[in-house]
Ligand binder design. Structure first.
Ligand code: LLP
Length: 421
């Protein structure tokens, strides 16, 4: 697909030479809300969800959106209204889902470090399932549930020891990872789960990594999980579901992404005739392409080695290029005529604060750029480093724009500090 085909394929396209989010002119949004600004397309989120739901229509399933990708309440509400479930990893994410109208019965709780407070709150609201990541966590959940005179629904997250081809920071299913219970030692945890009075062992889960573009590691991991499900059923487990995790990639540059249909066919293949509900936990694939980061060029700077565009957004708004060497497309909102090759750098005082290297762009100081595919892991990984207020976030739906998070003020930045008496 060429760059232009791609532009015409998403919710972000040029109309009369200006990039739009759905029917809304991005330069108008910058004038109204300022920059940097995150802009999300509700239609794009709805379409991505519908793609998964359609592909899964013949299989009993639950799509549990991974909240860590983007926890904005309006994003969560959009998905809750479509009937989505949620994969959470903290009390903060739990409270966000509840506030956005998410159904507690559709929440699965992942993460290796669930605190007592987090477990109690999840038991109190009645979540669907804890994805248990260690023997010690199982014991803690059991104790807390018994004290509350309830039984906690648990799945064991299996580490199938699969090497997915992705950036080393974001694959999680390999042998030395901290995640999940290694398949080879899971049986003793299962036996314990079956005898503990405070837990109900209802499922197996796995999640092997993120931005995965190849189905082979999935097939291998999922086969491992269902094989274990059979074995544990023989030990007396009454499993209700398997959770095949998230991680399906999106096209940032030229990656070839397997179709939703193939992804689902691979899952169904692994599942075979087993009567287990299928849970999946996509994050990026639901929201990644549904957002952009709008930024203004503050300066053109020429060094003996390169031409730089210094933008008002940097690693505080989009950490992925600094942290993973990730590539995000950069587009001019209103392309000019004089193109040159630029590095796009942020204002943060770190050498790693580079958003993109060697891009051909036709811009001048004061012009706007759109950093594409910033719906996932952009705002949610943002920080206040260098005392930079977090940007506003807007949600576009057709011709309508809603401010869904206001820009932080300088007062917000200092509001939690105290001067000692
Ligand atoms: N389920 C679990 C248990 C996870 O840990 C994750 C992501 C997901 C689901 C959703 O994965 P997704 O479908 O979004 O790939 N910050 C990195 C990605 C880290 C992903 C962490 N876990 C990035 O910006 O690429």
């Amino acid at each position: 697909m060429s760059r232009d085909d791609r532009a015409q394929n998403s919710s972000f396209r040029y109309r009369d030479g200006v990039l739009h989010a759905e029917a809304v002119d991005l330069s108008g949004l910058a004038a109204r809300f300022g920059t940097p600004l995150y802009v999300y397309s509700r239609t794009a989120i709805e379409q991505a969800y519908a793609g998964f739901a359609r592909a899964l229509s013949d299989t009993p399933h639950l799509i549990c959106y991974a909240v860590k990708a983007n926890g904005n309440l309006a994003v969560l509400q959009t998905l809750a209204r479509l009937g989505a479930g949620f994969d959470i990893v903290s009390r903060g994410e739990l409270e966000r889902v509840l506030r956005a109208g998410g159904d507690p019965q559709r929440i699965v709780f992942s993460g290796v470090g669930k605190s007592a407070d987090e477990i109690q709150r999840a038991l109190q609201v009645g979540i669907r399932c804890f994805n248990v990541e260690s023997a010690a966590e199982l014991e803690r959940i059991n104790t807390l549930a018994m004290a509350m005179q309830t039984r906690a629904p648990v799945a064991l997250r299996i580490n199938p020891e699969i090497q997915a081809q992705t950036h080393p920071h974001i694959h999680t299913g390999h042998a030395t990872s901290k995640f999940g219970i290694h398949a080879v030692i899971a049986e003793q945890v299962v036996r314990r789960a079956l005898e503990l009075p405070g837990v109900r062992f209802i499922g197996l889960a796995c999640h092997i990594g993120s931005q995965i573009t190849d189905l082979a590691p999935y097939a291998e991991a999922w086969r491992c999980v269902v094989t274990l499900a059979d074995r544990y059923a023989a030990l007396g487990a009454r499993l209700e579901h398997v959770d095949f995790g998230g991680g399906i990639g999106i096209r940032y540059r030229d990656e070839i992404i397997p179709s939703m249909a193939k992804f689902v066919a691979t899952a169904r293949d692994a599942l075979g005739e087993r009567r287990l509900q299928l849970l999946i936990e996509p994050g990026r694939a639901l929201v990644g392409a549904a957002g952009i980061l709008l930024t203004r060029v503050e300066y053109l700077k020429t060094t003996p080695h390169a031409k730089l565009l210094v933008t008002d957004a940097g690693m505080t708004e989009l950490l992925r290029p600094s942290l993973y060497d990730a590539w995000h497309e950069v587009r001019e909102v209103a392309p000019g005529t004089d193109a040159a090759i630029y590095d796009v750098v942020g204002p943060v005082c770190e050498s790693a604060d580079v958003l993109a290297r060697a891009r051909r762009l036709a811009v001048q100081a004061g012009d706007l750029l759109a950093i594409m595919d910033c719906g996932a892991y952009a705002a949610s990984m943002g920080s206040n480093y260098n005392s930079r207020p977090r940007p506003a976030e807007v949600l576009v739906d057709g011709t309508h724009t809603a401010l869904v998070r206001r820009r932080e003020t300088l007062a917000d930045l200092m509001s939690l500090d105290e001067l000692p008496a």
